[in-house]
Design a protein around this ligand. Structure first.
Ligand SMILES: Nc1ncnc2c1ncn2[C@@H]1O[C@H](COP(=O)(O)OP(=O)(O)OP(=O)(O)O)[C@@H](O)[C@H]1O
Length: 355
């Protein structure tokens, strides 16, 4: 079990600044998700925590102790990767035993068997123990790689997009299982992904990384409901938040080349160029609503429909009930939930509620 703290970490590869003054605090036993697009610095952050990458400056603390100069083995962390990195010719049991048989470990054969059997049971792969790894499916292989981390009983599990090579159904199953595993083990998990659904559904805390900087850390609902800026607002939600340029006048949002609707006054933002943010589920479609738009696209998702609506020069997404009868090119009327509209500074993208 361990707290992890990164303080002022910088890491460059040549001209390329992968991490910029990164501060991060992960609490003991937390399921912490690092969310970011490709190249944001997620893997580099994990490798710095693991002791596989040396930061140019800054500190890594584990349980409050300065671990910056500790090697990977001293840190007692286990890394699970997207690529399985298993030994294909060994059996599942052979792969699970492997980390316990290295020269620096002093486990008796009984202890090894006990740990392997326990991990296999936890991951429901007992029936596969004698099978060669090369004859497993992708999902089974990923369970084995997680098993290889579990047998070591590390203080921290570092997971680098472990589900991204799996098909969607299997990803859903393993997402739930990983959360259960985290509860059972009570260990600290740091989980890296570019998939916002994974991040929001798994994390106790989510840290949003952009260009080597941590933009916001919060619970999934804080990140969703109160994004620090337009970058975070656009990083979570399917489809993401609608963002429209406009100004605030007399308690109304005047959307450029579009429409006017009331917003709950927050006492800031009048007279300056703004971006108004509203989630697709906070647009309200009903006859008699104040604004008219035209349906550009309809996506039927079974339980809900996602409409793309053109209003003047703005293109908005709205989530509606699957029962709503609507077709391409229909005229629809909508309003919004005035208390759900967020105001962002148009220039720097910051949520005015944070300013
Ligand atoms: N060993 C390396 N040599 C040179 N550049 C590197 C190296 N490792 C990472 N980088 C660069 O550092 C930046 C951050 O990379 P990193 O792999 O941490 O991002 P990431 O968020 O994990 O991306 P992805 O989702 O694509 O894996 C990228 O611009 C990458 O090209």
């Amino acid at each position: 079990m361990a707290d992890i703290t990164l303080q002022g970490i910088n890491k460059s590869f040549g001209q390329n600044r992968a991490l910029r003054n990164l501060d991060l605090e992960i609490k003991d036993g937390e399921f912490f998700v690092l969310l970011g697009q490709t190249g944001a610095g997620k893997t580099t952050t994990l490798r710095v925590i693991a002791g596989l990458e040396e930061p140019d400056n800054g500190k890594v603390l584990i349980d409050g102790m300065d671990a910056t100069n500790w090697n990977a083995a001293q840190r007692d962390v286990a890394l699970v990767l997207q690529q399985y990195s298993l030994y294909p010719r060994l059996t599942v049991r052979g792969n699970l035993e492997f980390p316990l048989k290295s020269r620096t470990q002093n486990f008796t054969p009984e202890q090894i068997k006990e740990r392997v059997d326990k991990a296999a049971e936890t991951l429901q792969i007992t029936r596969l123990l004698d099978r060669k790894v090369e004859r497993l499916s992708g999902g089974e292989m990923q369970r084995v790689s997680i098993g290889r981390a579990i047998v070591r009983e590390p203080r921290v599990f570092l997971m680098d997009e472990p589900l991204s090579a799996l098909d969607a159904n299997l990803r859903d199953v393993l997402r739930v299982e990983l959360k259960k595993l985290h509860n059972e083990l009570g260990a600290t998990f740091v989980f890296v992904t570019h998939d916002q659904i994974e991040a929001m559904s798994m994390g106790d805390k989510v840290g949003v990384l952009n260009k080597g900087q941590l933009v916001q850390v919060g619970t999934p609902s804080e990140i969703y409901n109160n994004p620090l800026n337009t970058f975070v607002a656009g990083s979570v939600g399917t489809p993401p938040m609608n963002l429209m340029n406009g100004t605030l006048e007399g308690g109304e949002a005047r959307i450029d080349n579009g429409f006017s609707l009331p917003v709950t006054a927050i006492g800031a933002g009048a007279g300056q160029p703004l971006k108004f943010g509203v989630r697709p589920e906070d647009l309200v479609l009903e006859s008699g609503a104040p604004v008219e738009g035209r349906v550009f696209d309809v996506e039927d998702h079974g339980v809900i429909k996602i409409l793309t609506i053109d209003v003047g020069q703005n293109r908005l997404h709205a989530t509606v009930s699957a029962q709503m009868k609507v077709a391409l090119d229909d005229a629809v009327r909508f309003g919004w939930k005035a208390d759900k509209v967020l105001l962002f500074d148009q220039k720097n993208g910051r949520n005015l509620a944070y300013a």
